[in-house]
Design a protein around this ligand. Structure first.
Ligand SMILES: Nc1nc2c([nH]c(=O)n2[C@H]2C[C@H](O)[C@@H](COP(=O)(O)OP(=O)(O)OP(=O)(O)O)O2)c(=O)[nH]1
Length: 193
């Protein structure tokens, strides 16, 4: 149930009003010194969603949207388009649909990840050194033969905001992770524009 009185933690940026959707965990929010900016992009089309199996680096072995670091001089929207092309070989009219903030225990920097989506794309989807692209059912077409979104093989926070994303809501939130990748504390909500 939503609860409009819950106050979002530091790091959650939003305009207007927020509804609190889900939160949990114990103890204080972890401290951070600086913030690194990342992007993550999804293609959603006709009841399907494109995810990539991460073949190296951060999030190895997990399915995710396509993205990476925002480079100096770039906006996050520019970085999102560049990363999608580098990691899946396609370009798309991406629009921002969410904003997430993460802290990993033991790292001084926090991660701010802008999430993007598009319903169309240009080019041919290819496997790259970083990502193995695969289509999944987004749950909107019961007759789909595609596998469901593999939440058990995705970052632990994704199950909290994915329902808002799939409902085309603008979502925000924060998750604090332990060094071994467990969620210590989290808060996710919907931005009312
Ligand atoms: N869905 C989801 N994505 C996450 C979480 N945490 C997190 O870093 N990501 C995304 C942001 C980026 O799209 C991706 C990490 O980027 P990356 O592995 O490509 O980073 P990198 O330093 O190699 O950057 P680059 O070379 O590609 O620019 O993982 C999370 O909790 N959930």
């Amino acid at each position: 149930m939503s609860n409009t009185t819950e106050i979002p933690p530091l790091g959650v940026t939003y305009e207007g009003k927020l509804t609190h959707e889900v939160s949990g965990g114990e103890g204080p929010w972890l401290p951070f010194d600086k913030v690194k900016h990342y992007t993550n992009a999804f293609i959603r089309q006709n009841g399907k969603i494109l995810l990539g199996y991460k073949k190296r680096g951060f999030g190895l072995g997990l399915y995710n949207g396509f993205g990476g670091k925002v480079e100096p001089g770039e906006t996050s929207a520019q970085a999102a388009v560049r990363e999608l092309e580098e990691e899946a070989g396609i370009t798309a009219p991406l629009r921002r649909c969410g904003s997430l903030f993460f802290i990993l225990q033991g790292l001084e920097a926090a991660f701010c990840i802008e999430i993007f989506v598009a319903e169309e794309y240009e080019g041919t989807i290819i496997e790259t050194d970083e990502m193995g692209p695969e289509w999944f059912s987004d749950g909107s077409d019961p007759s789909s033969d595609l596998p469901p979104i593999p939440l058990k093989q995705m970052w632990a926070d994704d199950e909290f905001w994915m329902p808002m994303f799939l409902n085309n809501r603008m979502f925000v939130g924060r998750g604090d992770f332990s060094e071994d990748g467990k969620m210590l504390k989290y808060w996710f909500g919907e931005q009312i524009l």
